[in-house]
Design a protein around this ligand. Structure first.
Ligand SMILES: [Ca+2]
Length: 106
C-alpha cells in the first residue's frame, strides 16, 4: 500500500470515528427538535455519553475526586492549595509511613 493511500485510509478512519463520537455525544440533544431523526437509544439515561465515560475513567484512576476536583496526582498538589510545597511532600511521607502492609518485593 502506498504511503498516500495509507494516509488517506487513516484520515477516513479518524473522520468516521469523530462522526460516530459526535453523534453519540451530542446526538440526543437533537431529539427534542427532530425526534424522528434521533433514536431513543441515544438517551443518556440508557447509554452514557463519551464525556461521562471519560469522567468516570478519571475518577476510577483517582485523577479526579467524586466532586470533580483534580486530586493532585498529576501536578503534585495533594492538599489542593495550588502550590507544591513541603505540605504536599509531608502527605506523601505520611501515606508511605502509615501504609497497611509492606511494599511488594519481586
Ligand atoms: Ca499543595
Amino acid at each position: 500500500m502506498s504511503g498516500h493511500r495509507r494516509l488517506n485510509t487513516v484520515m477516513w478512519q479518524v473522520g468516521i470515528c469523530l462522526v460516530v463520537l459526535s453523534v453519540w455525544q451530542w446526538g440526543y440533544d437533537l431529539h427534542v427538535k427532530l425526534p424522528w431523526l434521533v433514536p431513543d437509544l441515544l438517551d443518556p439515561y440508557f447509554i452514557s455519553r463519551p464525556s461521562d465515560i471519560f469522567e468516570n475513567f478519571l475518577m476510577l484512576s483517582c485523577i479526579k475526586s467524586k466532586v470533580g476536583v483534580l486530586n493532585g496526582w498529576l501536578n503534585g498538589d495533594f492538599d489542593g492549595n495550588g502550590v507544591v510545597d513541603f505540605d504536599d511532600y509531608s502527605l506523601i511521607d505520611l501515606a508511605f509511613n502509615t501504609q497497611g502492609s509492606a511494599l511488594r518485593r519481586e
